[in-house]
Design a binder for this molecule. Structure first.
Ligand code: URA
Length: 208
């Protein structure tokens, strides 16, 4: 199983609060945004730098700056939306695409119902965002869509992952690095991650 678990104490602390069923939507959204920012810090560790000349108030110096790599983030609707603002606080210039995928109740296969991506897909590095990597069907479908449109470098960021979902992504897209704050035990009979945090979309948007 290829997965990077981000064990930072702040992330783990906030994840526990997020998991707690007594945490209401306002706090849930705020915590999710904070965790997305902290996870984004880890995901962007390998961004290339270049050196530029600047002048401080004291002297000229050669300093490092991001080398202009273009980033795109793609939340999977709808729960992925809850992690967008946190990531954008780190990289405000990132373009945001959206992918909507649902599971056909008959075939149980993912069906795309919405896809809007930046026009320059082939020039960007992408982070696909879904707080919950459950069966992995939606993430695999979203990554396949991005690849069809020309994306070459894709990472997957999820708050909580089930082993089943990680296996599927590893199998279908071995080039995609999966980042998570926790690999949970399993999926239950209803497709929920155990112990998980319930339905992420419902908890973000206050629906049932
Ligand atoms: N989606 C969720 O929101 N929660 C789960 O546990 C699994 C999928």
């Amino acid at each position: 199983m290829q997965v990077k678990v981000i064990n930072h104490p702040l992330i783990q602390h906030k994840l526990t609060l997020i998991r707690d069923k007594n945490t209401g939507p306002k706090e849930f959204r705020e915590l999710l945004e904070e965790v997305a920012m902290l996870m984004g810090y880890e995901l962007t560790r390998d961004l290339p730098l270049e050196e530029i000349e600047i002048e401080t108030p004291v002297t000229k110096c050669t300093c490092k700056t991001l080398s202009g790599k273009k980033i795109g983030i793609v939340p999977i609707l709808r729960a992925g939306l809850g992690m967008v603002s946190g990531f954008l606080r780190l990289i405000p210039a990132a373009k945001v695409g959206h992918v909507g995928v649902y599971r056909d109740p008959q075939t149980l296969k993912p069906v795309e119902y919405y896809c809007k991506l930046p026009t320059d897909v082939a020039e960007r590095d992408f982070v696909v965002i879904d707080p919950m990597l459950a069966t992995g069907g939606s993430s695999v479908a979203a990554i396949s869509l991005l690849k069809q449109k020309g994306a070459k470098n894709i990472k997957l960021m999820c708050l909580v992952a089930a082993p089943e979902g990680i296996h599927l992504v590893n199998e279908q897209h071995p080039d995609v690095e999966v980042y998570t704050a926790s690999v949970d035990e399993r999926l239950n009979d209803h497709g929920y991650i155990v112990p998980g945090l319930g339905d992420a979309g419902d908890r973000i948007f206050g629906t049932k």
